[in-house]
Design a protein around this ligand. Structure first.
Ligand SMILES: Cc1cc2nc3c(=O)[nH]c(=O)nc-3n(C[C@H](O)[C@H](O)[C@H](O)COP(=O)(O)OP(=O)(O)OC[C@H]3O[C@@H](n4cnc5c(N)ncnc54)[C@H](O)[C@@H]3O)c2cc1C
Length: 417
């Protein structure tokens, strides 16, 4: 497959665009691989890419039951940032952000990474103290963070109603290197790069069972027949509990819905990403001009990728409270994804109690930004049969040991949040 370049675009344009090849191969599955990765979202494809590019393991298959990127990867609101409080999280997400910053060159694919900034508003003194603490923790770890006062918020996004009588804006925590990337291009880019290195990306291949012999994973059963595997990695997001159950494992993950909306195309009105601090609402504007926005979880367990009206009502109310001009905007589309929620809102990237079976999951509503580092750490853990220091805390047994990563600050009772 030829590399993409500006020169190539010009030459193809001059010759009727007849020379383009598919971005990734469409192989039939072999009977065995060194590593089988279940799930062709960003995390599974990134795992395969880094297995091949960092560890030299390219006899790898990624098995996706539908089309790659049609799970949460292609359904999310594309925010990329590393503004986490705790070291277990912010070092990992900062590693991810650094991978994002070089991703297009690494993959030879335009993922439309746009570091337009992420602003989290605060409305009370208590929120301001929490934001200051978070920003200080980030800065102490060498991660960029800026505290905006009300004037800086106004200058950054003049449409925000900073004087709202009920939810006045006091300021915001800003991460300038945060931003957005094009969601499905991330899946396509990882598939392109992995395929170039010999990885088989196999779509419409559902895993229906995991073969375990003598406490060791030895292969998978699929809708295209059985496949032997030296090692198996699970990267299936909202279906983590179901796929893990195929190997007899019970995982501390519940599947919940998260919705998103896009509006009609509008002239530029919001430069970066802004989140409301007095309700569940966040917003950015796509390159096409659509406003892209969402809120919190629907609040009940489901595998339906639709969502319900009450959360939509809340999102629209919060949005209009933050930016009154939104009341005149028409929403065009809405959808939902199935989120793999953990009790402490932090993920798993780890070995499992079954030998040669590994997992990246529990990404909750924030796993898009983690895509490169999740794949990088998952690949490391698979290749070396041991975690990298960056994912050492993301274990399955941390709840049993009382070592939950309480990023949300809910104290010792994070399971009750
Ligand atoms: C509305 C919404 C907004 C979001 N916004 C953000 C955001 O702004 N920033 C952010 O960081 N995160 C965000 N997220 C979260 C983010 O999208 C996810 O955490 C991330 O994309 C998960 O990637 P993944 O590769 O793990 O999962 P997925 O992309 O869901 O991939 C898993 C794949 O596994 C496949 N699969 C499942 N079962 C099987 C099986 N048995 N056999 C084979 N394949 C199987 C599925 O078909 C799917 O393609 C958002 C999510 C949603 C829904």
């Amino acid at each position: 497959m030829a590399r993409y370049s500006a020169f190539r675009i010009v030459m193809e344009g001059l010759s009727g665009n007849r020379g383009w090849q598919p971005a990734w191969r469409k192989p039939t599955p072999k009977t065995s691989y060194d590593v089988v990765v279940i799930g062709g979202g960003g995390h599974g494809l990134a795992t395969a890419h880094y297995l091949a590019s960092v560890h030299g393991i390219s006899n790898v298959a990624v098995l996706e039951r539908g089309l790659i990127g049609q799970g949460n990867t292609g359904r999310n609101t594309t925010i990329v940032r590393s503004n986490y409080l705790f070291p277990e999280n912010h070092h990992f997400y900062e590693h991810s952000l650094k991978l994002w910053e070089g991703l297009e060159q690494d993959l030879n694919y335009n993922v439309m990474m746009s570091q337009r900034g992420v602003l989290n508003l605060f409305h009370t003194d208590a929120q301001k103290h929490a934001a200051t603490r978070r920003g200080n923790a980030m800065q102490l770890s060498g991660i960029d963070a800026e505290l905006f006062d009300r004037d800086a918020v106004r200058a950054y996004c003049p449409l925000i109603d900073t004087n709202n009588g009920r939810f006045p804006v006091l300021g915001g925590l800003f991460q300038r290197r945060g931003g957005t990337a094009r969601h499905d291009a991330v899946a396509w880019g990882f598939a392109h790069a992995a395929s170039e290195r010999g990885v088989d990306v196999i779509e419409h291949c559902e895993v229906t069972g995991i073969d375990v012999e003598g406490g060791r994973a030895v292969g998978v059963r699929t809708s295209k027949g059985p496949i032997r595997a030296g090692k198996v990695g699970i990267a299936v997001a909202g279906h983590t509990s179901q796929v893990a159950a195929m190997a007899g494992l019970t995982i501390a993950v519940e599947s919940h819905l998260l919705q998103a909306w896009v509006s009609e195309g509008l002239k530029p009105m919001i430069d970066g990403v802004v989140t409301f601090g007095a309700g569940h609402f966040y917003i950015s504007q796509s390159d096409k001009g659509s406003l892209v926005f969402g809120g919190g979880l629907d609040g009940y367990n489901s595998f339906a990728q639709r969502g319900t009206l009450p959360e939509g009502e809340h999102v629209f109310q919060a949005g209009v409270a933050m930016i009154p001009a939104l009341s005149r905007v028409r929403a065009l589309r809405q959808w939902a994804g199935v989120m793999d929620m953990t009790p402490d809102a932090s993920p798993f990237i780890c070995k499992t109690p079954i030998q040669n079976l590994y997992m990246t999951g529990g990404w909750c509503y924030g796993g898009f930004k983690a895509t490169p580092a999740s794949g990088w750490c998952h690949a490391w853990t698979i290749a070396r049969d041991a975690p990298h220091p960056l994912n050492a805390a993301y274990t399955l047994d941390r709840f049993a040991k009382g070592k939950g990563i309480d990023e949300k600050g809910a104290g010792p009772f994070f399971w009750a949040q």
